[in-house]
Ligand binder design. Structure first.
Ligand code: FE2
Ligand code: FE2
Length: 386
């Protein structure tokens, strides 16, 4: 466990002790006040080093700063409380007041007592609910009669894509990236998702031709955003996950064209060259100012596999970032959906079966389940995509 997570763990420990005492006595009890003051102090030191702090719960795993935590007794307790409330993420930003923290403590204590869901987000303490995100994908089919405001969907991805293609070409020629353009594209996608998720997802699932890396990158981006939003992830982290997806294969700029576009199987020697793209990409991104660190991490880790038996070689103790696991899932899916000169795109059902079999070896089990749920919904609402 990394040392910078220590104040986070202290925060959670004091938060839970305050909750336990609030349930036992009452909110105003000196013991509760002492513990909530301690939790608040811990929280302040957590926020000192960063612009926001996000905790995530993914299939009963607690993820802090992208790293799954070993579940000690109190972390398991914490995870259970959030799961019981369908809370997938908690993001705290600077400016959070002690009153906001007290409201959270009171909410959890009350919930445990009454069984009601009473924990709410506040201005600086935002809770992402898992169900809300999943059900929002059905918004377009609701019979409520009020039509959601929609942007012109057919134009949007096309426009964004041509912009990305332009940037990609420039980057290729000059080995330089225009980072701001990538941010715009990702926030554009997120906006479209907010209005209506299905057309974008269908687009990624219906991929038809084997095109340039930019099409692959935008697809992986869309799929990563779908995964992250289904988990309740929002804000800066959501943007960073999208940007990371967009840039995960940027290292391919350094791989000779004839290897990239070769029809048929690569020789061992060619494959060795191809395997350098994660390291080259990560280095490129670390050298590019303004790129989120998460993008360099995902570029480096996206072929590692869940069991670390992929490439590049890393120590057995390596802790993979959650975003890299997501990217690996989206990447695998998109690769199989692509029509190759030597095969047709693989059917959704067949991909789902394959992915199911790869859980725990190649792919992160909890995140794969999350992904398959999204694809399952897509197949239901858009049978033509299957
Ligand atoms: Fe790759
Ligand atoms: Fe890729």
């Amino acid at each position: 466990m990394k040392s910078h997570t220590m104040p986070v763990l202290d925060f959670i420990r004091h938060l839970l002790s305050a909750v336990a005492n609030a349930a036992l006595y009452s909110m105003g009890h000196p013991q509760v006040e002492r513990l909530s003051a301690l939790a608040y102090t811990n929280l302040m030191s957590v926020l000192q080093a960063r612009s926001e702090f996000t905790l995530m719960i993914v299939e009963n795993e607690l993820v802090i700063d992208g790293q799954a935590q070993e579940l000690t007794l109190f972390l398991r307790r914490f995870t259970q409380i959030f799961t019981a409330n369908s809370i997938g993420t908690m993001t705290i930003v600077p400016g959070v007041t002690k009153a906001e923290l007290d409201a959270l403590i009171r909410g959890i204590a009350l919930q445990q007592e009454s069984g009601q869901r009473v924990i709410d987000s506040s201005e600086h303490l935002r809770l992402g609910r898992v169900e809300v995100r999943l059900s929002s994908m059905d918004a377009g089919t609701s019979s409520s009669g009020t039509k959601p405001a929609r942007v012109s969907l057919p134009d949007m991805p096309h426009e964004e894509m041509s912009r990305f293609m332009e940037m990609y070409e420039t980057a290729k020629q000059q080995h330089k990236l225009k980072v701001n353009g990538i941010f715009d594209i990702v926030s554009g996608f997120i906006d479209v998702f907010r209005q209506e998720a299905r057309p974008l997802l269908a687009m990624a699932a219906l991929r038809d031709t084997d095109e340039y890396t930019f099409t692959h990158s935008t697809n992986v981006c869309v799929l990563n955003l779908a995964q992250a939003m289904a988990l309740g992830i929002e804000g800066q982290l959501l943007n960073d996950i999208g940007v990371a997806a967009m840039l995960h294969d940027i290292g391919k700029l350094y791989i000779p064209e004839e290897i990239l576009t070769k029809k048929g199987k690569l020789t061992d020697e060619e494959f060795d060259i191809m395997k350098q793209h994660p390291v080259k990409g990560a280095r490129h991104l670390l050298d590019t100012p303004g790129v989120p660190r998460l993008a360099a991490i995902a570029a480096y880790e996206h072929h590692l596999k869940y069991n670390l038996r992929g490439y590049p070689r890393v120590a057995d103790s390596w802790q993979q970032n959650l975003c890299s696991h997501m990217t690996a899932i989206s990447d695998f899916f998109d690769a199989l959906r692509t029509r190759r000169s030597y095969r047709e795109p693989v059917e959704l059902k067949e991909i789902a079966t394959m992915m199911f079999g790869m859980m725990g070896t190649d792919l992160h089990p909890g995140l794969t389940k999350n992904f398959l749920r999204i694809i399952g919904r897509l197949m239901k609402t858009n049978p033509s995509a299957a």
